[in-house]
Write a protein that binds this ligand. Structure first.
Ligand SMILES: Nc1nc(=O)c2c([nH]1)NC[C@@H]1CN(c3ccc(C(=O)N[C@@H](CCC(=O)O)C(=O)O)cc3)CN21
Ligand SMILES: CC(C)C(=O)C(=O)O
Ligand SMILES: [Mg+2]
Length: 264
């Protein structure tokens, strides 16, 4: 196994201007194949509620579900950094969040991800003080799908965009090690990336960020229904799962993905 990917590795990639690839994974086999293909970060995403469990949103996913899949992925022989999502409503107080994050770390995660804005600052600080690296997921936060009236691009107007940038700065200050931006205009993502010194991962956020992430099923062409605009099927051109993982990793590394048609 090659050297493990750490947060330091991702910071070095950012400093060198070398984009890194991230992908969701929910089981040991796929995690091993993705790691073999060079994918730097594997996320046990609460998207598993939709792609594995068949729910219409991520809201029904429990902490137990996340712990189970994190254990599965963590058994993989892979150098990838393992990140796990905190599911809906496990962030109601800083202490509840820390207990939930503790379970995911003990299941094998190296970092946890939670959805929110500047109001998370206290929680982020408490987690990082206790040795739990944190990624904050901003922009389109799927756990708020009902509050947002659907899966819609966020930060389209200047006021919203400026507020998101300010919140990202606050969260970096609070100790966030990574910021993830979902479905934001390309120009805003680039502005946020430039305002921060930690790595920024994008999904539907354009090419001007440090890392890209997709849901595994989507990039394997296994989306049921209409895929989001930011999705590219790497399976059709590659013909095998490991080939698709390698093609995705290479496309991110060379900045040929995302292309303009994948951006807002
Ligand atoms: N298969 C799958 N892929 C994902 O990327 C994903 C999940 N599931 N489940 C959890 C969330 C939900 N996500 C979504 C779902 C839909 C859109 C979507 O349809 N977006 C519109 C934006 C329209 C607009 O405001 O302009 C699009 O056209 O892409 C985006 C993100 C991302 N996550
Ligand atoms: C789409 C990514 C960023 C995610 O949060 C998930 O898969 O749950
Ligand atoms: Mg998620």
């Amino acid at each position: 196994m090659t050297r493990p990917i750490t947060i330091r590795t991702l910071n070095e990639r950012r400093a060198a201007g070398e984009p890194f690839s991230c992908l969701t994974a929910y089981d040991a086999t796929m995690a091993t194949l993705a790691g073999n293909a060079g994918i730097e970060v594997l996320l046990i995403g609460d998207s598993l509620g939709m792609v594995l469990q068949g729910h219409a949103s991520t809201l029904p996913v429990t902490l137990e579900d996340m712990v189970y899949h994190t254990r599965c992925v963590a058994r993989a022989e892979t150098p990838s950094l393992i990140m796990a999502d905190l599911p809906f409503m496990t962030n109601i107080t800083p202490s509840r969040t820390m207990e939930a994050a503790g379970q995911l770390m003990q299941a094998g995660a190296h970092m946890i991800k939670l959805e929110g804005e500047a109001w998370l600052a206290e929680t982020v600080t408490a987690l990082t003080q206790r040795g739990v690296p944190v990624c904050v997921h901003m922009g389109l936060t799927p756990q708020s799908v009902h509050a947002l009236s659907g899966y819609r691009v966020q930060g389209r107007d200047t006021q919203q965009g400026d507020a998101m940038l300010k919140a990202a700065r606050t969260l970096e200050q609070a100790g966030a090690g990574i910021i993830l931006l979902e479905c934001v205009p390309r120009e805003l993502a680039g502005r946020i990336r430039a305002a921060l010194s930690v790595p920024v991962i994008g999904i539907g956020a354009g090419p001007d960020v440090d890392g890209q992430i997709l849901v595994m099923h989507d990039m394997l062409g296994a989306t049921t229904g209409q895929p989001p605009r930011f999705v590219k099927d790497f399976m059709t051109e590659s013909g095998s799962i490991e080939g698709a993982f390698r093609a995705y990793h290479e496309a991110v590394r060379t900045r040929s993905f995302p292309a303009p048609e994948h951006c807002f």
